[in-house]
Ligand binder design. Structure first.
Ligand SMILES: Nc1nc2c(c(=O)[nH]1)N=C([C@H](O)[C@H](O)COP(=O)(O)OP(=O)(O)OP(=O)(O)O)CN2
Length: 277
């Protein structure tokens, strides 16, 4: 007997890719549980399945930086902040923060299949009675038009979004004169893709083409150093509201047209903002 729950949750993380560097990801989570029926005629109450799996994901891998510790050039050490991750290629990066902000994985590369197997095994280990096996299915959202990935941290967020290197993969819609503008959507999504988004006030230094962003938040002290040309500096916190506003202002100014931007933060949520040239 198998029980399934589709669209159970989302996972928003960033990962270090030895070929591309820092990549933001948003994955839709479906779950299947195999087991036996209890006396109540249920394998596991839906009302309990969802919070159990969501809680396990939220307290584990979600909103962390996934680090393939066996990838070439990746080095992990202890530091005053907790853990320090250094990378060598395709660019040099250093991230520091409390241990809970990182998922250190014994692989040379992070793939969706590996993460799926890892999480399924973790949930199966903690399974309740009646359940023999838990299988998760993680999927990228299917996006027809423009999409971009980014990494950021929100120091004022009371939850795990305060972690300096978590990310999202998001749609981008841009309207001018009541019509979608696919060329602008593709241009801005390509420009933003795989960048690190940060608030100007958090810049600690900009030296020799490298930018360091550092802040203290409820979970501890975080810092990230990476090439300046991989960054996008916003005047305010990098909430999706401010990303939409920043894009609307820039696009209106460049194009000379009133612009409406619908920016997503991962899957199925986001903010809209309008700007005049
Ligand atoms: N109004 C806003 N609220 C939040 C923003 C934001 O930009 N504007 N951003 C965040 C974080 O960046 C976070 O990464 C979003 O996390 P989310 O997936 O929403 O986390 P939840 O656990 O709350 O949601 P699930 O998708 O159900 O896991 C937070 N808030």
């Amino acid at each position: 007997m198998a029980l399934f729950v589709n669209h159970l949750s989302h996972i928003d993380v960033s990962l270090w890719c030895p070929a591309k560097g820092l990549i933001g990801c948003s994955w839709q989570v479906d779950a299947q549980l195999d087991g036996e029926l209890g006396e109540d005629g249920m394998l596991f109450d839906f009302g309990e399945v969802k919070p159990w799996i969501k809680r396990t994901l939220d307290n584990g891998l979600d909103h962390t930086l996934l680090v393939p510790i066996n990838a070439p050039g990746v080095e992990v050490t202890d530091c005053d902040e907790g853990i320090c991750i250094r990378t060598a290629s395709p660019y040099e990066m250093e991230v520091r923060g409390p241990a809970q902000a990182f998922s250190l994985l014994p692989w040379d590369n992070i793939t969706l299949e590996r993460v799926t197997r890892y999480l399924s095994a973790q949930l199966t280990e903690q399974r309740p009675k009646n359940v023999h096996n838990v299988t998760l299915v993680l999927k990228d959202e299917c996006i027809d038009g423009a999409a971009y990935s980014y990494t950021h941290g929100l120091k004022r967020h009371l939850g795990n979004c305060q972690r300096i290197a978590h990310g999202h993969r998001s749609r981008l819609y841009i309207w001018q004169q009541q019509a979608r503008q696919p060329a602008l959507e593709n241009h801005w999504a390509a420009w933003l893709d795989n960048r690190y988004l940060l608030e100007k006030a958090d810049i600690e230094s900009q030296i020799d083409g490298k930018l360091t962003c550092r802040y203290r938040s409820a979970q501890g002290t975080f810092s990230i150093t990476l090439p300046q040309d991989r960054c996008c500096i916003l005047p305010k916190p990098t909430t999706v509201e401010n990303i939409a506003l920043w894009l609307a202002n820039n696009i209106a100014q460049h194009s000379g047209h009133k612009t409406l931007v619908q920016a997503f933060e991962g899957i199925d949520k986001g903010a809209t903002a309008e700007a005049l040239p």
